[in-house]
Design a protein around this ligand. Structure first.
Ligand code: KIV
Ligand code: ZN
Length: 534
């Protein structure tokens, strides 16, 4: 152990200790690789919200999307580039002129645009995916980076599947990218295959063997298929990498990417053995995690490091006793350091507008006036029905409102008949593009009846892939949080909603998923019109 672990170190290394050579650049790809998680799609407004919090928390580079993927992706990169004030905004492009042009155009308004271009370099990817010879791949490294440089000096090049690439060839590709003008060289562990020792050796090898390596920043981009994404990224940093690509909550393709909060808190908490620093203000971590979970409708596992519900909970008697005597007995970081406040009671139905506004500020929300008025109304309504309103209730309520602000289909009214007698029946009124439509349906239970009634109004082929209910707080009057995942022709979307009535939350979560499905169809250029059943 490097140091007496009862001394909790400062959450951020003291400013005067910082030297540039120890600065680890945080490149967040929640909006690109994170959004590639099946079902984690975000709307334009949600992406902007996430980008804003990433910018505020000190992320250096925000990868906002893959502009060639669809007009929707192009537009979201363009809007994020316009909105973000401090961070560099990045767009991903394959090694083709068309891709790079789309990225370059989408980033036109960014304060500091970065074009990130990549090509696969491993034998298995070159043979089966690209069906190209190594020499042609090498040529494309040079031509793609050269073209990207016509848009910006800030070009990143990635060797997709680098950790399964033959070393000599990887060195030649990296050297070609540097010669063509890439300032950042990313070494992705695309399939989450490597182990820390191997990652360390790989980055060291590149530093030692590649001409010009000292003039560029090496980066890691580790996937979590074997649960080692964070360990591999930190091994890369110890070997000399100075950029880490990561996502909030570890979102990303398959098992996800290295989690930003784990990278940052590992560096901050174990600065004795990881003597580096980042620009991240860790007190934003909790808020960012909750926002990303809410807009993607991807729950955070309770025992997830740093941001899981149980990360600071102490259940056993021995631990609780130790904590009461001295919190350092079982806590290596404080909840405060990641912006986790003790859940506090919000004054009930007598709370005024001002108190509510203060509470929102305290929780990190700044709502425009209209949204604030709506949120206040919903809070009053909840306080009328729920004895104690906690911070989590307010967060669920506001997140619900924000994520549904621009939806085309809305739940207006719902009545459900449930119980032992059957048949269970639901009558629902939806607002669909401004018109009210009411239908009634029966089903195998109340939830099935609601979903059937919705299908009677909006025709779709979405298959229900997940239906999950959890309680926002304790108590029988708690709000229910419902997640609904729909899958239609390979398009996977997740809707989330919270309400004191589990059936209402279920209907709203289903409708939220349907809205996302329509948006996804539109993004893919597929008929997105809502077909109302006559
Ligand atoms: O995992 C990967 O290799 C990627 C690249 C596009 C950087 O996401
Ligand atoms: Zn990736």
């Amino acid at each position: 152990m490097g140091q007496n672990n009862t001394d909790i170190k400062p959450v951020k290394p003291v400013k005067t200790d910082k030297i540039d050579a120890d600065h680890v650049i945080i490149f967040d790809t929640t909006l690109r690789d994170g959004e590639q998680s099946p079902g984690a799609s975000m709307s334009l407004e949600e992406k902007i919200q996430v980008a804003e919090i990433l910018d505020q928390m000190g992320v250096d580079i925000i990868e906002a999307g893959f502009p060639i993927a669809s007009p929707g992706d192009f537009e979201s990169v363009r809007q994020v580039a316009k909105t973000v004030k401090s961070a560099s905004v990045c767009g991903l492009a394959r090694a083709s002129i068309k891709d790079i042009d789309r990225a370059g155009h989408a980033l036109r308004d960014a304060v500091n645009p970065r074009v990130h271009t990549f090509i696969s370099t491993s034998p298995v990817h070159m043979k089966y995916k690209l069906q190209m010879h190594a020499d042609d791949v090498l040529e494309m490294v040079t031509s793609s980076v050269t073209h990207a440089r016509t848009y910006t000096d800030n070009v990143e090049w990635s060797a997709e599947d680098a950790t399964r690439t033959e070393h000599d060839f990887l060195c030649r590709c990296v050297e070609a990218a540097i010669k063509a003008g890439a300032g950042t060289i990313n070494i992705p562990d695309t399939v989450g295959y490597t182990v820390p020792e191997e990652m360390f050796a790989l980055i060291k090898m590149l530093h030692e063997r590649v001409d010009g390596a000292d003039n560029v920043i090496f980066s890691t981009h580790c996937h979590n298929d074997l649960g080692m994404a964070v360990a591999n990224s930190l091994a890369g940093v110890r070997a000399g990498a100075r950029q880490v690509e990561c996502t909030i909550n570890g979102l990303g393709e398959r098992a996800g990417n290295a989690a930003l909060e784990e990278i940052v808190m590992a560096i901050n908490t174990r600065n004795d053995v990881l003597p580096f620093w980042t620009n991240i203000d860790p007190t934003f971590i909790t808020r960012a995690s909750k926002l990303v979970s809410a807009v993607t409708a991807f729950p955070v596992q309770p025992n997830k490091a740093i941001v899981g519900k149980n990360a600071f909970a102490h259940e056993s008697g021995i631990h609780q006793d130790g904590m009461l005597k001295n919190t350092q007995t079982y806590e290596i970081m404080t909840p405060d350091s990641i912006g986790l406040k003790e859940s506090s009671l919000v004054m009930g139905k007598h709370s005024g507008r001002h108190a509510f506004e203060e509470k929102l500020k305290d929780l990190g929300y700044e709502l425009p006036d209209n949204d604030f008025q709506d949120a206040f109304k919903r809070f009053k309504n909840l306080a009328d029905h729920k004895k104690h309103v906690f911070d989590e209730d307010i967060e669920a309520l506001v997140d619900d409102q924000v994520s549904k602000a621009n939806e085309n289909i809305k739940v207006v009214a719902l009545t459900v008949i449930a119980g032992t007698g059957g048949p269970q029946k639901a009558t629902i009124t939806l607002e669909v593009e401004g018109h009210h439509e009411t239908r009634e349906a029966t089903g195998e239970g109340p939830v099935d009846s609601i979903f059937n009634a919705i299908k009677e109004i909006v025709n779709h082929n979405g298959h229900l892939a997940l239906y999950e209910v959890s309680a926002v707080t304790a108590g029988t009057d708690a709000q229910a949080e419902v997640m609904v995942r729909l899958s239609e022709d390979g398009r996977i979307v997740t809707g989330r909603s919270a309400d004191q009535d589990t059936m209402v939350a279920s209907a709203k979560a289903y409708i939220s998923a349907l809205n996302k499905l329509m948006a996804k169809r539109e993004k893919d250029g597929v008929d997105a019109k809502l077909h109302i059943v006559e």
